[in-house]
Design a protein around this ligand. Structure first.
Ligand SMILES: Nc1ncnc2c1ncn2[C@@H]1O[C@H](COP(=O)(O)OP(=O)(O)OP(=O)(O)O)[C@@H](O)[C@H]1O
Length: 299
């Protein structure tokens, strides 16, 4: 059965059409990225999936059920973009409340609160109130809230926005470690981060579904992305374009080049590249099989 199925899903706010005829079918598994420019409709889609909003037309089901229905209680949870905790209650009291709202006894809710707060590295501060936590700790506490019970689907809207690199890594590692049992759908503007976490990408633009992009296809994609530390750029492009099987070399950023080749004509392109670098004493910074997510989406 599909995890998420949207059929011709549309949502308007008055005359503003935020989602326009979106049809998608997603299965459980690796984290799924939801990408798109500001105002593309990502939060609207999340709100429809959570049952916070009703569609203007079309339909959406999660595990065959309507969002917000009793059958999904404890199976679907979300971290909204601006999630905040109650400033007046300490963390564990709030988590006991959340657990009991999901049907747990007070004792089981306390144990569950401790479990999820420990998962996100907050075991030492469960007696503290939210205002004594840093921004990163608050974000982790909100993620812990989304993990209460045994959700099968967790929607994370900008889970690392505003976090420093170390805290962002904690959140990414957490998602990675839990994704064997939970399917995460992650909305983010950080394409590097999504590339590290997700296999599949949903791209929205002005409320419409854009082209489908896979991150897994990098190994079969006939592209190599090379980031150079030192090289003569004009010669680099000339020399690589002269190699057998290479169709084109495009300079993407100052020191980044995209090589498009034909896999039927060349099977040792990487070796030829290294030989070329060695002959010219060029130093490379990184070589990626395939294209970056940014390149797949925007070029
Ligand atoms: N409650 C609302 N009333 C009227 N218009 C709204 C409302 N919520 C969203 N919109 C509009 O719907 C469109 C989609 O908004 P949405 O918040 O879903 O986009 P988003 O992709 O999440 O954007 P961002 O990346 O900036 O968070 C935008 O044009 C927005 O202005």
């Amino acid at each position: 059965m599909s995890l998420i199925k949207c059929e011709q899903l549309s949502k308007s706010y008055g005359s503003k059409q935020a989602l326009d005829n979106v049809s998608i079918e997603l299965k459980s598994g690796s984290p799924i990225a939801l990408v798109g420019p500001n105002g593309a409709g990502k939060t609207t889609l999340f709100s429809l999936l959570c049952g916070y909003l009703l569609p203007s037309s079309g339909s959406v089901t999660i595990m065959g059920e309507k969002p917000g229905s009793q059958g999904l209680l404890g199976k679907v949870s979300s971290l909204p973009q601006d999630a905040t905790l109650d400033p007046n209650l300490n963390l564990i009291s709030q988590f006991i409340l959340f657990g009991t709202l999901q049907g747990l006894s007070a004792k089981a809710a306390r144990d569950e609160g401790q479990r999820v707060l420990t998962l996100v590295g907050l075991a030492d501060v469960i007696e503290q109130k939210p205002q004594s936590l840093s921004h990163g700790m608050s974000k982790r506490a909100s993620i812990a809230q989304a993990l209460i019970g045994s959700p099968q689907l967790v929607l994370l809207d900008e889970p690392t926005a505003g976090l420093d690199p170390a805290n962002a890594k904690v959140v990414r590692d957490l998602v990675k470690s839990l994704s064997a049992n939970i399917t995460f759908v992650i909305s983010s503007h950080n394409l590097d981060e999504l590339e590290k976490l997700c296999d599949q990408v949903i791209y929205l633009d002005k409320g419409k579904l854009g082209r489908e992009v896979s991150i897994q296809d990098n190994l079969t994609d006939e592209y190599i992305t090379v980031s150079m530390q030192t090289c003569d750029k004009a010669q680099f492009i000339n020399d690589i374009e002269a190699l057998n099987g290479v169709n084109s070399v495009t300079q993407r950023q100052d020191d980044e080049f995209l090589i498009h080749y034909n896999a039927d004509d060349v099977n040792d392109l990487e070796i030829q590249l290294f030989q070329l670098f060695s002959r010219n004493s060029w130093r490379y910074r990184a070589i990626l099989k395939g294209r970056s997510l940014e390149d797949k989406l925007f070029s």
